[in-house]
Design a binder for this molecule. Structure first.
Ligand code: G1P
Length: 416
């Protein structure tokens, strides 16, 4: 089935990580975020993908090209980000007069969960959440969606719209919806029109993550790195060799170079071209990407992504963090529950805090406001190419913007 994937947004809540790249291209395990969405669509039955791009679209087009996973990919450019219905309206000329699926390009799904969306008639994916007020909330009666209310203060249920829709062909005529209260043309208004004409089934997802804010990028990596390395472990148990699965398991087969004096525990993938040196301990799940170097004498734990060409040097501990491509933490450092952008450089002895003394959840600045991450453990977010001076301390919940610097010996307690 033809499938529209929405990937045009600016990702303002992810800043500074989206200063120079679109949110859909943020790394989640071994792929960009939106590749997980597209892969899930193809696995479920997408035969053609129309990607709606806008902000910083070049890397998206470069990544997917004209075909991806055996499926043709087309691109439409949404000039202004005027809402999800506007995005699909932009894609409409590229669609045949047939049923179509629409997926938010920043949602992660579990394997197999999207299949029921594609099989059968019109449908919408949903999950139950504790606080539905930030989402579209569904009313369901007798197995049919009877209403949707966007971001209600008094939600009718805790069953929310997960941003994955199967529309009938006729919905192509219903895309021209008026602006909503928040000044956007919303797909949920198109859904309202749809349920007036046809039955729309709710499809319940087993797991779902809307990746909007920096700590959700950590959660996304926690989920998808664990899935990747566990799948590799299963493949190895089934007898596949290191060339196929590059899994570090009990018989220690790796695609990358791993010193005999390194200790690898749990599921860990060391990609071809990555190096793990002597004295290193890695407690999986962890993914060490191509060109990366770990050690000598480093400790990597939690669920950690060491990105392409990133380096983790001597006497460095990295826990539950995402180091994007080229990030360097080379000497005498601690990094916990943090996101380091591309080519970040830590001066020797830079240490990150990831826990408050009062044990409250760590707060982070999102669109200029301090908000709770909901996490007792959260460290820092550093934009691309931020550089710290030697012996810098950075407090939990601090964001350093793209290219920011710190002086030697600084204690950084506020965003910069
Ligand atoms: C959109 C939809 C909302 C849905 C959400 C899922 O909201 O309008 O109904 O629950 O995606 O992520 P937005 O992310 O645009 O606020």
């Amino acid at each position: 089935m033809q499938t529209v994937v929405l990937a045009a947004g600016q990702g303002t809540r992810m800043r500074p990580l989206t200063d120079r790249r679109p949110k859909p291209m943020l790394p989640v395990a071994d792929r960009p975020l939106v590749a997980h969405t597209v892969d899930a669509a193809i696995a479920a039955g997408a035969t053609r993908i129309v990607l709606v791009v806008g902000y910083e679209s070049d890397p998206i087009v470069d990544y997917f090209g004209e075909t991806y996973g055996g499926v043709p990919i087309e691109y439409v450019h949404q000039e202004a980000q005027a809402g999800t219905a506007d995005a699909v309206r932009t894609a409409a000329p590229a669609l045949a007069a047939e049923p179509f699926v629409v997926l938010n390009g920043d949602a992660l799904f579990a394997d197999g969960d999207l299949a029921p969306l594609y099989d059968g008639g019109p449908a919408i994916c949903s999950v139950r959440v504790d606080d539905p007020t930030q989402y579209g909330v569904l009313d369901v009666e007798d197995g049919v969606v009877t209403g949707i209310v966007e971001k209600p203060t008094d939600p009718p249920s805790n069953r929310i719209n997960a941003g994955a829709y199967h529309f009938p062909a006729a919905a192509l005529e219903w895309l021209d919806v008026p602006e909503s209260e928040r000044g956007e043309h919303e797909l949920t208004d198109v859904l309202e029109r749809t349920i007036d004409h046809v039955d729309v089934r709710p499809v319940t997802l087993s797991r779902w993550l809307d990746v909007g804010r920096p700590w959700e990028l950590l959660e996304a990596n926690e989920w998808k790195i664990a899935s990747l390395v566990e799948a590799a472990a299963d493949a190895e148990r089934d007898g596949a060799g290191a060339e196929e699965v590059h899994f570090a398991g009990t018989d220690r087969s790796f695609a990358g170079t791993v010193s005999d004096d390194a200790t690898i525990e749990g599921p860990v993938v060391v990609e071809a071209g990555a190096t793990v040196r002597e004295g290193v301990t890695i407690e999986g799940p962890a993914l060490i990407r191509s060109g990366a170097t770990v050690g000598p004498n480093a400790y990597v734990r939690g669920t950690t992504l060491v990105g392409e060409n990133a380096s983790v040097g001597h006497a460095v501990e990295v826990k539950n963090s995402v180091l994007m491509a080229g990030a360097a933490v080379n000497h005498l450092s601690y990094v916990g529950d943090s996101v380091l952008g591309r080519d970040v450089n830590f001066g020797a002895g830079t240490v990150v805090a990831n826990l408050r003394h009062d044990d409250e959840s760590v707060e982070l600045t999102v669109k200029g406001e301090r908000v709770s991450t909901g996490r007792r453990k959260f460290g820092v977010v550093l934009g691309d190419e931020a550089k710290t001076g030697i012996d810098t301390n950075i407090n939990a919940g601090v964001t350093l913007s793209t290219g920011a610097t710190t002086k030697p010996g600084e204690s950084v307690t506020r965003d910069r």
